[in-house]
Design a protein around this ligand. Structure first.
Ligand SMILES: [Zn+2]
Length: 319
């Protein structure tokens, strides 16, 4: 339910802001540099669940925000439980951004509770129902891995931009400018992915991974996607899944499969081993970033960097 938690204003904060603004006006302070904002050094204090959201918030917020992402490199959001330290960060946040669509499966209750007194925003909220894919294992739920279609992340960027403008209208122009620049880069990344994946011969254009994170990617960039696990890593894979995927690899002469930074490689190794016994050699084409970005400070530690990395690895192994 991506509409479950919509933007909610904290009325008390509004009131405090009004009083502060009014007070400042009456005082006719010559300095007038103090912003009516919470957080350190007058910056908006933003907490994001996954790194891909935190990155966008940093890009759009620029100097006016401090951003903390709860889930770092290699962390699986489907299984992630908020720690005591996370609860403190969430409590201190002015705005909380999360993916929604049940990606943060173990944090739903916390986010729901928080939405009564804090601005909590699901960045997936403006993606039209028709654009959402369903979870093949649980048809009532949506596939939450929306960031793999860069155009979806452009919509998420707009949601973050609009939320920041509403929370801190004094810097609206900066948020607008930052978002516009970032949206241009996203558009270029979207074009790049489509053009590069298009260079893989059609009969080789099959992406096999450990868990079903890449369906939006597959639909957006025209590559067939096969996963071993369901949409969430919380669902177990069975020996039949392994043998089905093994048979598929052998039958379609697939030469490379991919492992993921946030998912155990055990399952995919069992498939490779099985194929080998049937006389078909499958290589590991490389490590894809699926549900978490790479290390901070590296190219893959950004949303755009991770998408480009994935595209390059896939093209290199399958072309
Ligand atoms: Zn996932």
């Amino acid at each position: 339910m991506q509409t479950k938690f919509s933007v909610k204003k904290a009325p008390l904060r509004r009131l405090i802001m009004m009083v502060v603004v009014l007070g400042a006006a009456i005082a006719l302070s010559a300095c007038g540099s103090n912003e009516a904002k919470k957080g350190t050094e007058g910056k908006l204090n933003i907490v994001a669940t996954i790194g891909m959201i935190g990155d966008v918030a940093e890009q759009v917020g620029g100097d006016h925000v401090t951003v903390t992402s709860l889930m770092g490199p290699g962390v699986d959001p489907h299984l992630y439980k908020a720690s005591q330290g996370d609860m403190k960060k969430l409590d201190g946040a002015d705005i909380v951004f999360y993916n929604g669509l049940h990606l943060e499966g173990k944090m739903v209750d916390i986010l729901e509770k928080m939405s009564s007194h804090k601005t909590t925003v699901a960045v997936s909220k403006t993606i039209p129902e028709a654009e959402l894919l369903s979870d093949p294992v649980a048809p009532d739920s949506h596939d939450p891995h929306i960031w793999f279609n860069v155009q979806n992340w452009m919509k998420a960027t707009e949601v973050i931009r609009d939320t920041l403008i509403e929370a801190d209208s004094a810097h609206a122009e900066d948020y607008r400018k930052n978002a516009e620049a970032f949206l241009t880069q996203l558009k270029e990344t979207d074009d790049y992915a489509r053009e590069q994946i298009g260079q893989i011969p059609e009969e080789h254009r099959i992406l096999v991974t450990a868990h079903d994170a890449f369906h939006y990617f597959g639909r957006a960039y025209n590559i067939q996607v096969m996963g071993l696990q369901g949409i969430s890593t919380a669902s177990e894979y069975g020996s039949k899944d392994v043998s089905d995927l093994r048979d598929y690899l052998v039958e379609h002469h697939i030469k490379a499969v991919f492992v993921e930074s946030s998912v155990s490689t055990k399952a995919i190794e069992a498939v490779i081993e099985g194929a080998k016994k049937m006389g078909h050699t499958v290589e590991i084409g490389g490590e894809l970033f699926s549900d978490a970005m790479g290390k901070a400070g590296t190219t893959e530690g950004t949303y755009i960097g991770m998408v480009r990395h994935n595209v390059d690895i896939i093209v290199k192994a399958l072309k």
